[in-house]
Design a protein around this ligand. Sequence first.
Ligand code: PLP
Length: 351
Amino acid sequence: MDAVRAAGESGWYILGPEVREFEKRFAEYWGLPHAVGVASGLDALELSLRALGCKPGDKVLTTPLSAFATSLAIIRIGAVPVFIDCDESGLADLGAAERVLDQRSDIRFFVPVHLYGQCLELDRLTALKERFSLNLVEDCAQSIGSSFGGRPSGSVGQFAATSFYPTKNLGALGDGGAVLTSSGESAAVLRVLRDYGQERKYVHAIIGANSRLDELQAAILRRAHLPKLDEWSARRRRIANIYREALRNPLCPPLPAASGSSSCHHLFPVLVPPARKGEFIAFLKARGIQAGEHYPIPIMEQPALFGVSHEVVGDCAVARRICRSEVSLPIHPYLRDEEVSLVVDACNSWR
Ligand SMILES: *Cc1c(COP(=O)(O)O)cnc(C)c1O
């Protein structure tokens, strides 16, 4: 409430000191040189792609197992998502990416997702980017605080896009997002893009968007939520560790963790027999436990994609299997120990 009052009393509501201060703190926290606040995670992805020159008809490699926004950002530009399968941990299969890029020279963009809080193998991602001169936008909406080999997610691509949707690890009290980059020049382009393409007052150098992070959300994020993030992340880690140690029902094992990834535990997925997924969710619900699904429908099968240009490489069998089997157990900083035990007991007693 102090943050809301400060923003309200300041008399300055768009692109002022709160956004500037938050961007500075947020970039420091993430460990990348520049952050640019935008209106949402979707916009962060779309504006990053546009800053890299992505235009209608361009092919963009991505994953079918993600929030719809990942592909929507590509489609809104008029570009063409090319879906590759994911690996057993739900992350874009970098081996499959390499094979496709090896065979085709018409793909210059890649949007992988650090899904569920896990971090992709950044050394392999770096090698891919260099070998194929890729324009890389990392979808980090679920990965604040995740790392691989001591490097944060988002540190390989030209841009990292993240979201402050209220349920994310660092949520605002409304919509918000940010783009992170190590290039000052790229950050400057993003600042122009988010503000109608306005280079200086009344001079519009490029076609931009209205996509600004509000002063109010920036104030809440910097003054109230960012200072708590380490504590919140520690609590998520503790809950994930309890689940990993205590869940022992072979009917609902945890999704295998990505190798070498230090996760921020945005979600805690388990896999159940596909034919019994609804029954499992109802079983938990009857015990007062709300479970989620991330994600029940692979993106290429969404009705909105009918008639919209896209490509599917191979059968994406792993992604489809995870969509049919995945259930997300509750994991958030305010879950109490008794509640975690309740979830564990429910899962272990499911027959
Ligand atoms: C939430 C999310 C987005 C979209 O963020 P919004 O702020 O809701 O637009 C994009 N990608 C992934 C992986 C997400 O989880």
